[in-house]
Design a protein around this ligand. Structure first.
Ligand code: F6R
Length: 235
């Protein structure tokens, strides 16, 4: 594991964007696994800046997102499709047809999950970007008795609902289930890049990367990945 501690969120975002854009420069037709949440916002802004400056070309890149709320379509402002379109895709020269987010409104969720795993297998993820939840979740893989391998529907933990309620009008508006890529998809990525910032994440980051590997702390499985970079900034 390559553990990088930086001083500011700005630095974290610049480093993460440099790693992702480096991946694109090395393989212009690469597949990026992407995350939503507040952690990658700075990274996405830097990626857009580099694209605008002509330093990186996303025209051949494909992206596969980690997760989506069940019941929200892509026009809903809190859907992850909407988040990605607004915070990254519309700001870079990617072909929107090459961007994949699970369909939260699929009538057959099980079939959607199977199709998503086939997509991950067929395309193959070159680099997976991750954030980490306060309970150690990655994607929406919540603490559990075992690591769930496949893309699946998940009931969100109350701490996750609480954390995400800041984006909704009220806690009751936060969807209680989501579709998430499983650990198999995440671990199949050739490289994994996890970013975490803020004092509040310090404890979970320490436990996840320097403590025992357990499904009670889903991110801990990443210790077994042979190309993992973690960037942490306390501020
Ligand atoms: C979202 C996702 C989640 C977030 C995590 C941290 O696509 O994968 O696992 O990365 O909830 O969220 P923030 O960055 O908002 O603290």
């Amino acid at each position: 594991m390559n553990f990088i501690k930086v001083n500011t969120y700005e630095e974290l975002s610049a480093k993460a964007a440099a790693i992702i854009c480096g991946q694109v420069a090395m393989k212009p037709e690469c597949v990026l696994g992407l995350a939503t949440g507040s952690s990658p916002l700075g990274t996405y802004a830097k990626m857009a800046e580099k694209n605008e400056a002509g330093e990186v070309d996303f025209s051949k890149v494909k992206t596969i997102n980690l997760d989506e709320y069940v019941g929200l379509d892509g026009n809903h402002e809190q859907s992850y499709r909407y988040f990605m379109n607004n915070n990254l895709f519309k700001n870079i020269n990617i072909d929107i047809e090459n961007t994949y987010v699970p369909n939260g409104c699929a009538t057959d969720v099980e079939a959607e999950c199977l199709a998503y795993d086939k997509l991950i297998k067929d395309l193959g993820i070159d680099l997976q970007l991750l954030g980490i939840g306060y309970d150690g979740h990655i994607g929406f893989n919540e603490p559990d008795k075992y690591f769930e391998k496949a893309t699946h529907k998940v009931a969100l933990d109350s701490s996750t609902i609480e954390a995400n309620s800041r984006f909704f009008a009220s806690r009751d508006d936060v969807p209680t289930t989501a579709i998430t890529m499983g650990m198999g998809g995440i671990m199949s990525a050739k490289k994994v890049l996890l970013i975490a910032n803020g004092k509040g994440k310090r404890d979970i980051v320490e436990k996840a990367f320097f403590g025992p590997i357990t499904p009670e702390l889903p991110a801990s499985i990443l210790q077994l990945h042979n190309d993992l970079t973690v960037i942490y900034s306390e501020n």
